[in-house]
Design a protein around this ligand. Structure first.
Ligand code: KMH
Ligand code: ZN
Length: 286
């Protein structure tokens, strides 16, 4: 695996997340509509985020994959700052596979690529799979490749490395590979957010992969700190964690970015600017 330069960390902010897991009812400060997402992205960029992971919502607040809404979000973000735009193709449980991939027509620089299927084990979608079969993954990545969009490969468990290997073997992803280790999606029956799980997933990373650490819930703070120590990128934000600390809701995504940057600086690391991140990840520098 490739470590980041010792004095750098690439910070992604995942601001919104999927309905019904992340809602204003759970935290009224959650940005959902394009203006809110863009304004919040600018504040996160100013605090040190280099990448913005985007989920879009319709006017009622439910997940949508429509090109128009993603385009509006991209345009509004790009009018205000240089942050890298990364769309979610995980979408939300109310979306079909075709609806989830539609967002890439709005031409993000990056997009998430979920590396296997999970079963929703609690909540209103209990028993409905989050389906990402090998053929679906290959279709998604082929479309991304054709448009010059860099995939962030979402790995939620050890088994998903088989899909990473499959894409590498078939030449469907380009170096440096970018793998997001996602811990704590226990709602979907995935790997727990513990240091042991992170260490173990880390051991399975392919050569020539840059890695990112995402941890859901209270584990976001300790495991992203561990991710920095291990030489990885980190993702923070309300998609994965609504709280600043126990019993205290986050006031904004920027508040979570600011804390991550303070911790990075204590570890002698500076947040990579979007252009520095583009160079490291092999994206076109603007
Ligand atoms: N909800 C995250 C834990 C995606 O959007 O495609 C995983 C995620 C995947 O962000
Ligand atoms: Zn997401």
């Amino acid at each position: 695996m490739i470590k980041l330069p010792e004095d750098k960390v690439i910070i992604t902010v995942a601001q919104t997340g999927a309905w019904p897991l992340a809602t204003k009812a759970l935290n009224p400060n959650l940005p959902e509509q394009p203006d809110e997402i863009a304004e919040s992205a600018k504040a996160c960029y100013q605090e040190g985020a280099a990448i913005c992971h985007i989920h879009a919502r319709d006017k009622e607040g439910k997940s949508t994959g429509t090109k128009e809404v993603f385009q509006e979000i991209h345009d509004k973000i790009r009018a205000q700052c240089n942050i890298i735009v990364q769309d979610s193709t995980g979408g939300g449980p109310n979306l079909t596979l075709d609806q989830r991939i539609e967002c890439i027509l709005a031409k993000p620089e990056m997009a998430s690529l979920n590396m296997g299927s999970l079963m929703r084990v609690t909540g209103q979608y209990k028993g409905i799979p989050f389906a990402n079969l090998r053929e679906d993954i290959e279709t998604y990545v082929t479309r991304m490749k054709g448009m010059g969009i860099k995939p962030e490969m979402e790995v939620y468990s050890h088994a998903m490395f088989r899909e990473v290997e499959n894409l590498i073997k078939k030449g469907l992803v380009e170096k440096p590979y970018y793998v997001n280790l996602v811990l704590g999606m226990t709602y979907q029956g995935a790997e727990e957010a513990t240091p042991k799980s992170l260490n173990s997933l880390y051991e399975f990373l392919p050569e020539e992969a840059i890695f990112n650490v995402t941890a859901v819930g209270a584990a976001q703070l300790p495991l992203t700190t561990m991710g920095m120590v291990l030489g990885g990128c980190i993702r923070i934000g309300m998609e994965d964690n609504m709280y600043y600390r126990k019993g205290e809701l986050a006031k904004s995504n920027a508040q979570l970015v600011a804390r991550a940057v303070r911790i990075a600086r204590e570890l002698n690391k500076e947040p990579a600017t979007p252009d520095e991140a583009r160079k490291i990840l092999g994206l076109k520098v603007k």
